[in-house]
Design a protein around this ligand. Sequence first.
Ligand SMILES: Cc1cc2nc3c(=O)[nH]c(=O)nc-3n(C[C@H](O)[C@H](O)[C@H](O)COP(=O)(O)O)c2cc1C
Length: 154
Amino acid sequence: MSNIDILVGSTLGATEYVAEATQPILEKAGFTTEIHFIPNIEVLDVTSEQLWLICISTHGAGDYPDNFKVFANQIDQLDKQALTNIRFGLVGVGDSNYDTYCYAAKKLDLLLIAKGASRIGELFTIDVVESPIPEDKVIDWIPTWIKDLNNSAN
Ligand SMILES: Cc1cc2nc3c(=O)[nH]c(=O)nc-3n(C[C@H](O)[C@H](O)[C@H](O)COP(=O)(O)O)c2cc1C
């Protein structure tokens, strides 16, 4: 049974609900999950194959949420091929009134890929203007991601 580390980037808490909403669905699909509210590279094993599902909002003017800044910096410091064992899904939560809509998710995507990680499925963005309860959107999307994940393993 594969484990999925669910990594949360959230300042005000909405994205924590998004991340938590994925957990029962992933577990029903046969995965074990571990949620990380303050992701840290020192507790995530990148030396063997791992699956991450990252749920991250955007703050400032396109910045990472406060709880994610140390982790993003840790990733940035890694060697170019350091994350070749990592496959990840990515959910961005943001507000389309900002020019920097979901920019934290978008820049994280580029950063992870630059370090050798592979994304499973498309980056999924949730606009809180259209979706005041963002976890409802992720509940609709997660089966698609699970399908992509299972297909990628074949
Ligand atoms: C001060 C502030 C700055 C924000 N900046 C952005 C932004 O640059 N881009 C974006 O897409 N959303 C932005 N947002 C919207 C948040 O991403 C959105 O409210 C989200 O639901 C917050 O998630 P969280 O509660 O998990 O932190 C901003 C919100 C606040 C309060």
